[in-house]
Design a protein around this ligand. Sequence first.
Ligand code: FES
Length: 758
Amino acid sequence: MAQPATAAAPAGTLDYDPFRPDFYTSDPFGTYRRMRDEAPVYWSERWGWYALTRFEDVRAAALDADTFRSFEGMDIDDSRLEQVPPGSIGSMDNPRHDQVRSVVQPYFLPRRIAGLEDGIRTVVRELVASWRDRGAGGGGTVDVAQELAWPMPFDVFFHLMGLPSRHDPDPLEQARRDQLEHWTHELKDRVPGTPHLTEVARAATAGVQRFFIDLLEERRRSGRDDLVTEFVNADIDGVPFVGDRVTTESEVSGLMMILFLGGVESTAGLTGTLFELLAENPDQRALLQADPSLVPAAVEEAMRLITPLQLTARTTSRDVTVHGVTMPAGSRVVLIPGAANRDDRQFPDPDRFDVTRPRGRHLGFGEGVHGCLGAPLARLEARIALEEALPVLGDYELAGPPTFYPSSPNMYVWKNLPVAFGRSGRRPHVEAVHHRTTTVTLATAELETTARVVAKQEAADGVVALTLRGADDRPLPAWEPGAHVDLVLDGAPTRQYSLCGDPADSAGYRLGVLRDPDGRGSSRYVHDRLAVGHPVRVRGPRNNFPLVGSPRYLFIAGGIGITPVLPMIRAAEAAGADWRLVYGGRRRASMAFLDELAQYGDRVSVRPQDETGLLDLDGLLGTPEPDTLVYCCGPEPLLAAVEQRCAGWPRGSLHVERFAPRPQGEPARTEAFEVVLEQSGLTLTVPPDRSILSVVEAAGVGVLSSCAEGTCGTCETAVLAGEPDHRDSVLSEDERQAGDCMMICVSRARGDRLVLDL
Ligand code: FES
């Protein structure tokens, strides 16, 4: 063991001992503060290592891999050589480290990780699906750590490795999965207060290593589309990465162990901490709920403030002097990112959780050659967890003290995080609106993005089909038939356009745009100025016209109203439904996408008005068909006629999508009225010539909105009292009758007072 050449004795009672069982529950951050200020190069007499805590010192050491070497592992307990043995990437120096990392790095490039978004979102939605029922009717509790933060990264890791999902019907595969999960938790078993692993941890370590070596053997015999098979097929400078040599297998299984420990435990730590910090800081949670674009910043701030990997270790290859203290060659040095990330020399007010903090470099994902390989994946998982679970939890609070996961001293991770939610006292319909609007906005938080026009083709007279790709070819957000996006145009008003491509094609969107010479200028801009190669801002997608499951559909499209119908008929066909499309237009040459529709044969009836006259709506809709859903999109006269014909159909049969506002009669009331904003405690007067939205915004209350003409549904607000005068084009007749929500960009009050959930 190296001895200190220059004593760096801590002052007074400053005692840093991460092995102490209560270390992380007894203000570790206060200890770090004193270390940074009083002993920036701390010497632990008891354990025989140095510790660095200041931001610049930790970063410089992490970047200087020639001096601060990794061959003795990054842990400070026995696990450093037993669980991550020599020959695995965590205890490897260059040049071998970079060679091995180059095998796995391509799998974790941000572009490739972005392709996992839909799958991760599905996992998270399944995990939180039951929470909503628990929160209804007066509130419930959920353990965010055990029911989200841990199972989410487990599922993602199992997916990457080609291991069975939790839905695999094979009991043997499930037992295998359960065994691996069980061992993972036992890996962390330590003799309290010491650096020693227990026999249980040693047995679990052997079990996990054997598991991974057997998995390699399986994939060697029969490959799949997974990361392990990529390892099996990879080579380094022409030499197979997975050879027959035991040492090489040790490298590979060690790499998988690192991915497992890093990918699962760190992400569980980050996710749990994020929800814990938002419970403790309701003001910051409210900021996120009001402005979902802050979600990625919240993830970074949680990573900075309570870094899951609190410490990592190195061994010096030469004498190094820092702040006048010389650490001899061969010294073990503990780098503490958990302390560096709270250094007030780097971060103003460093102990505050602030989701509006300007983005700056933190050391949460490490730096240098051992910087976190899976950082893009951890960020993605944490973001999706927040986007999906926060709308369900709403204004939640801790339901009891969180408990720590019994991990190595390197880690700060929650084992249990019980929270209570759904106790807002809101009535069920208010909860429903709150959920709808918050889900839409949080789920689309990242979705206002710059795309690029990669194709622009004439689809019919006066119609162009635009194909958009994500910037840097990143996949665009997932969508479902009936969805639309906002095109946020530079020099023309923002406009909504239906997505008419294939939802399975995550690489790009297709839109059909009809030139409207009398419109507000957006379609003229698209036709005349937007060209291939141009960037364009896209917001959404959003869906007010979802395809509801049914054995039979009648689709009616007029003109450009064919666009949302195209993905719908594809979905109906794939589902084996019995469907028909009647597609009307002025002239055949003005009707877009006819070539594409030809594949469906006589399921599609093309009815150009100059050839066949007006659509025979009486013939189509004269007799109600109880098991048929009618979907209609097109110009207002067609929609009005279809609504009239469907008046006698069963409730819920008809679904319409409007591109333009539905014509409205005179408002029910021409005088000013009062709106009471219950949450904000404000009472405002809405004069006859202004919308509720503009008055509310002028009072400084944030409301999300987009179209401002009652067609997109973004500004939906719950009504607590009073009778709305609905003037939107989104709500169905039944929804209007219920009177419990309204689009405040256009709708008004019938009486002299409305109370809104704002
Ligand atoms: Fe689009 Fe109100 S902002 S409906």
